[in-house]
Design a protein around this ligand. Structure first.
Ligand code: LLP
Length: 413
């Protein structure tokens, strides 16, 4: 977007403004909308590849990168991760199955979760996942009962007061993830003489973390825990600092360099002999993705409402976290005015964002909402019995359906 420098950080990197309208991955967005209908999720493969490289550069070859599947996952993405040598953080049978379907090695799956069903734990052990992230001491007993040897990280709940929305903050006494130091010691005691191979600890402080120094604090606290129990974790203990690196949603959001997160962690680790893991989701996929909608109704108000054909069902983030987004017209150019872009669901809270669009925007126009790649499709619902919408990957001038949309038949069934 000319004159809007920081908008570049929000848009997929292959976005280009052509005479025929915006393109991503060499494909006109309006053509995608015509072919697949709207709402539509579009993912820029070049952007994804660039993020894989950025993480590798910032964190270095000796850090193990694992992608958090919960942000968005599908077989096509699993295949890309397999090719890049990334691991994956999975929390369900569905996420594990998708990783395997994408030919990721089971040994590159980190199996997480504060509630692992017997079926899921059994599947993880049968497939031979790389690590189980134990969230409660009781899991040690369950693994021992299955009598399958497996490498384990202990998820610690260390209060490092992450500065983010309370719903996506994951440490502190009021949080139900991970173990206190006492509970972790109980897990360690339970693990003696058995198939559980304790490798290290896991700490995920939260998501959309705007202050890299929190990772420093988390790493220091985790390293103290490890140091006091050196004999437990072997020669090169593993330290998994989770995900949470922030992505820009609006043009005026500050873009925090990945190096700043990496440096904060490195300054805590110093020359301690640990193997570092990080598990980013959002920062990898958020800005690679965007959502296309068709405006159906314009209601005059101050500022006017534009109702689009999706909303809380394909992106619950505004309603859940007060998230806001930019908007770009695919149909018009010219002088802009503020609009309130709302969804089609029967809730006052179904408001996608407030943003500037060409003044004459109205029914039939296409708009793109950038930065919806993370936690949009993955948290989509069928609210009001709308079928879930497809995800299309674009790159090198072509498009492929990475996730098929649901049909009305699916919804009724
Ligand atoms: N590792 C663990 C253990 C996690 O719980 C999460 C996210 C991640 C990694 C990846 O975090 P990320 O890099 O994506 O921030 N639905 C919310 C976000 C929930 C995050 C849950 N855990 C949202 O839309 O903002």
């Amino acid at each position: 977007m000319p004159g809007h420098m920081a908008m570049r950080d929000v848009l997929p990197m292959s976005w280009s403004d052509e005479a025929a309208g915006p393109m991503v991955g060499g494909v006109a967005l309006a053509e995608l909308a015509a072919e697949h209908g709207t709402p539509l999720y579009v993912v820029d493969e070049e952007h994804l590849r660039a993020r894989f490289t950025d993480f590798r550069k910032a964190f270095g070859a000796d850090t193990q990168l694992a992608y958090a599947a919960k942000a968005f996952f599908c077989v096509a993405l699993a295949e890309m991760l397999a090719g890049e040598g990334w691991w994956v953080d999975a929390v369900s049978e569905g996420e594990i199955k998708t990783a395997l379907e994408g030919r990721m090695a089971p040994s590159r799956i980190l199996f997480h979760g504060n509630y692992k069903t017997d079926a899921e734990l059994g599947m993880a052990l049968d497939e031979g996942v790389g690590r189980i992230i134990v969230d409660d001491p009781s899991e040690i007993g369950r693994i021992k009962a299955a009598d399958r040897s497996v490498a384990v990280l202990l998820r610690l709940n260390l209060d490092v007061a992450a500065d983010t929305h309370p719903h996506i903050r994951t440490t502190g006494a009021d949080v139900h993830f991970g173990m206190s130091v006492d509970a972790a010691d109980a897990a360690i005691a339970a693990a003696v003489d058995g198939p559980v191979n304790l490798r290290g600890v896991h700490v995920h402080i939260g998501s959309q973390i705007g202050d890299p120094h929190r990772y420093h604090d988390a790493a220091i606290a985790a390293l103290d825990f490890i140091d006091e129990r050196r004999q437990v974790f072997g020669d090169r203990p593993e330290l998994d600092l989770g995900g949470g690196m922030a992505a820009p949603y609006r043009a005026d959001d500050r873009l925090i360099a990945l190096e700043d997160y990496a440096d904060a962690i490195r300054s805590a680790i110093g020359d301690a002999q640990v193997r570092l893991f990080v598990e980013p989701g959002r920062r990898v996929i958020a800005n690679a993705g965007l959502s296309l909608y068709t405006v159906g109704v314009r209601k005059e108000a101050e500022p006017p409402f534009l109702a689009v054909d999706g909303g809380i069902s394909d992106n619950p983030r505004p309603a859940l976290y007060g998230a806001t987004y930019e908007a770009v017209s695919l149909s018009r150019r010219g002088e802009e005015a503020p609009f309130r872009i709302v969804g089609r669901h029967c809730e006052t809270g179904d408001r996608i964002t407030q943003a500037r669009l060409p003044r004459d925007t109205g029914p039939g126009d296409l708009i793109a909402i950038p930065a919806t790649g993370a936690y949009g499709f993955s948290m989509a619902s069928r609210y009001n019995m709308l079928p879930r919408r497809p995800v299309v990957f674009v790159g090198d001038g072509s498009a492929r359906v990475a996730v098929a949309g649901e049909t009305l038949g699916d919804v009724v069934r």
